[in-house]
Design a protein around this ligand. Structure first.
Ligand code: ADP
Ligand code: MG
Length: 766
């Protein structure tokens, strides 16, 4: 059955300790062999070598006629699982598992089905008289009962050899006898090799007694039996042990279930790390979302503007000059852009205006409104008590979006009688975000501030009348003069003036508070009024005169340049085309579309025919984006840090909990678990913990975001519907996977280390 040939084993601990000094011995198929000898003579070492828990240095152990010299680790595992059953003095039961599970575990390695496992384990336990204690934990049993569990575990795989190292060493004499009876019974069919201190028991029960001294066989009651094994000559491999992944997961799961509190705490600790990352991610998601919203608002509130004088901002910066030069050369520039060689004159033609108007139908959704500015000084009178006051030039021709949808997008109507102006004689008064009106606006309109308490006090009033150039300007010698007070009165009452009526009070919406010129001017009207005024003034005498003179027809002063003359013509309503326009995009995306639409116009055009524009929104957005990318950068670093911290935390936790169970690993190895099975078991366990950690982390984060979101919203002065903390579902899933991966990696190394340990060393760990 089993034969040792000149087996030597030396321990190297500082000095060399020879535990086995050339042991040659053979064992038969059955019988109870007792090994006696003083402490430290090598009995345990001998048993461990026989059982494959420890390696021998030289000599050979022949099992069923097969040399074990060339045995690989897997062969030893299979050998332990198939051939050997161990019974230790200290029982070596897995304390957190039930009695039944402790016995069953040996069978899981032999690839036996679950139901078979249970019934065989039950049978083995019944055989040793423990049928009534299946579901107890080892700690609830007496020493004798625990040893019987160990015997049941040793027997359950039906091995040929039972190795028992001082099985009664920790038991009282009565219990010892019970255990010896069981071993004796077993030895009828199997070989039982028992190390003991108890000479009496050995003599009473053994079929053979071997005495050891200083690592050598001192005496043997049956020395000849050593011959019997070699004659057997059966060389057969052992059935390799293996544990399926499913079994591993099942085992790990029930393992974890036996220590719910602990599993939960470990997972919670890991989960806290995940919460950290998830919260930071949620926060940065929220930042991104909000930035997008704000960008849209910002872009919507800032215009893309085109003006004839080109863009002074660009002209200001558009220079080939070196920044922060080290030379003492100084150059001169004109910030108005005039005379600046880089300044560009935009020749806004009818064709261009048509192109802009076409944009409304092509990418209408990208645009909130287009405001044209023709810079006309509207001729207007108001009645102040009995006298008619001239307010010409006080009213600028800013116009409102004519599309009601676009109008409502940018402006709110205040007061129940307010309406959107649609006709040329309809005007609106604008208020700011506090519903205030500039007093000077009321002054211009001749309205007493005490008479204005609500929007409805303004609506329906006819507050001014506008006149044509020819009715207003009279030629005197070389210059034109406005009519005097008396004529004004006459004109006002003549019915030749157009009456303007206030039809509404408007307020720019939140995102547009900085937007419209309309809002800043206090009074706004429709395009129709501009068209009407310009139509009349184009043919007026004063305009015709001004167009053909290089002197200002009102002051008789010579114009310094063409631009000045142009300005004068415009103010008199002498130009049909606007000199300036502001395009308000509907969103950040819309802004890009508008920009590319405007750029498309310039394609293939000469430099001087190009129309350049200024994109304030994008300029402001660039600043925001810089800040945002900084904030995002900070948040990303935070989540990276919390990722590292929590990885380390999870790693340490897993490491500790795996290390703690080295003994369990030793037990598993002693009953034939391969290194791989052990790793697999622990990996399955750590992935379950990692998964629970991840789920705890995500669920807690979701709960936290519910609580924290309103706090953040109020802290960052957002609106109640805003989401400042939202966890992206993709991130949630990724974090759970991450948690599993980190935990498995963290557990992998200590599990590997523990499984690499020699079983005998692992067993010795407390
Ligand atoms: P016994 O079981 O007969 O009391 P052991 O087989 O345990 O004796 O030990 C035999 C000798 O080997 C002793 O001197 C012991 O100190 C030594 N020994 C046993 N195991 C180790 C070990 N892991 N490392 C170093 N020395 C050991
Ligand atoms: Mg010993």
């Amino acid at each position: 059955m089993l034969e040792l040939k000149n087996v030597k084993k030396v321990y190297h601990v500082g000095e060399d300790i020879t535990a086995l000094n050339g042991v040659s011995i053979g064992f038969g198929q059955s019988g109870l062999v007792s090994i006696l000898g003083p402490s430290g003579c090598g009995k345990t070492t001998l048993l461990n070598v026989i059982g494959g828990l420890d390696e021998y240095d030289s000599g050979d152990v022949i099992v069923k006629g097969k040399s074990t010299k060339a045995f690989k680790s897997a062969d030893w595992d299979a050998y332990r699982n198939n051939c050997i059953g161990f019974v230790f003095q200290g029982y070596n039961l897995i304390s957190h598992q039930t009695v039944l599970k402790n016995v069953e575990v040996a069978l899981t390695l032999s690839g036996i089905s679950k139901s078979q496992r249970t019934s065989r384990a039950k049978k083995a336990l019944e055989d040793v008289g423990l049928g009534a204690h299946l579901n107890k934990k080892p700690s609830q049993l007496s020493g004798g009962q625990m040893q019987r569990v160990a015997i049941a575990r040793a027997l359950v795989n039906n091995p040929e050899i039972i190795l028992a190292d001082e099985p009664t060493g920790a038991l009282d004499s009565k219990t010892s006898v019970q255990i010896m009876d069981i071993l004796k019974e077993i030895s009828k069919e199997k070989l039982v090799i028992m190390v003991t201190h108890n000479k009496d028991l050995a003599q009473q029960y053994s079929s053979r007694i071997i005495n050891m001294l200083d690592g050598e066989i001192h005496s043997d009651s049956e020395p000849d039996s050593s011959q019997s094994s070699s004659s057997e000559g059966i060389i057969s491999g052992f059935k390799k042990t293996s544990m399926s992944i499913i079994t591993a997961i099942g085992l790990s799961f029930s393992n974890l279930m036996t220590k719910k509190g602990r599993t939960f705490l470990t997972s919670l600790a890991g989960g806290i790390g995940i919460i950290g990352i998830a919260l930071v991610l949620a926060l940065s998601n929220a930042v991104t979302l909000n930035v997008k919203k704000r960008e849209d608002a910002m872009v919507a509130g800032s215009s893309i503007s085109i003006s004839e004088t080109g863009t002074s901002y660009n002209a200001f910066n558009n220079t080939a000059l070196e920044k922060y030069p080290t030379t003492d050369a100084i150059s001169v520039y004109d910030p108005t852009g005039a005379g600046n060689e880089n300044a560009h004159f935009n020749n806004i033609t009818a064709e261009y205006i048509a192109y802009i108007e076409k944009m409304k139908s092509e990418i209408g959704d990208s645009i909130n409104s287009i405001e044209y500015d023709r810079k006309v000084k509207t001729i207007a009178f108001i009645k102040h008590g009995d006298s008619v006051v001239d307010i010409t030039g006080k009213l600028r021709d800013y116009n409102l979006p004519s599309d009601p949808d676009k109008f409502s997008k940018m402006y709110s109507l205040i007061g129940q009688n307010s309406k959107i102006p649609t006709a040329k004689n309809e005007i609106v008064i604008s208020v700011d975000k506090y519903n205030r009106i500039d007093k000077s606006v009321l002054d211009i309109l001749g309205i007493n501030k005490d008479d204005v308490k609500s929007a409805n006090d303004l609506i329906g009033k006819t507050i001014m009348k506008v006149a044509n150039n020819d009715d207003y300007y009279v030629k005197k010698d070389d210059i034109f003069e406005p009519i005097d007070g008396q004529q004004r009165q006459k004109l006002y009452n003549s019915g030749k003036m157009l009456e303007l009526k206030v039809v509404g009070v408007v307020r720019a919406k939140k995102d547009f508070e900085n937007a419209g010129n309309v809002v800043r001017s206090g009074i706004a009207h429709t395009d129709q009024l501009s068209d009407y005024l310009i139509e009349n003034s184009l043919k007026s005498k004063i305009v015709l005169a001004q167009k053909s003179s290089d002197f200002n027809v009102l002051t008789n002063v010579k114009f310094k340049n063409e631009a000045e003359k142009e300005q004068a013509i415009r103010e008199l309503g002498g130009r049909e085309l606007p000199s300036e326009m502001s395009i308000y995009p509907a969103s950040a995306k819309g802004s890009k579309e508008i920009v590319s639409y405007l750029n498309a116009y310039n394609e293939g055009k000469n430099e001087k025919d190009k129309i350049i524009f200024e994109d304030f929104g994008s300029q402001r957005m660039a600043v925001i984006q810089q800040t945002t990318s900084m904030v995002t950068g900070v948040l990303i670093s935070f989540s990276a840090i919390s990722l590292i911290v929590s990885s380390i935390m999870i790693a340490i936790l897993t490491y500790v909990s795996v290390m703690e169970r080295t003994k369990e690993i030793g037990i598993l190895r002693s009953i034939g678990a391969r290194k791989r099975d052990v790793s697999r078991l622990f990996n399955a366990e750590t992935s379950i913990i990692g998964f629970i950690s991840g789920v705890i982390g995500i669920v807690s984060t979701l709960l936290l975001t519910v609580v924290l979101n309103p706090v953040m919203v109020s802290m960052m002065s957002g609106e109640s519907g805003d989401s400042y903390m939202v966890l992206d579902p993709v991130h949630a899933v990724l974090l759970i996977i991450l948690s599993v991966v980190i935990t498995v990696i963290a557990g992998f190394i200590p599990a590997k280390m523990a499984s690499r340990k020699k079983p005998v060393e692992a067993l010795r760990t407390e």
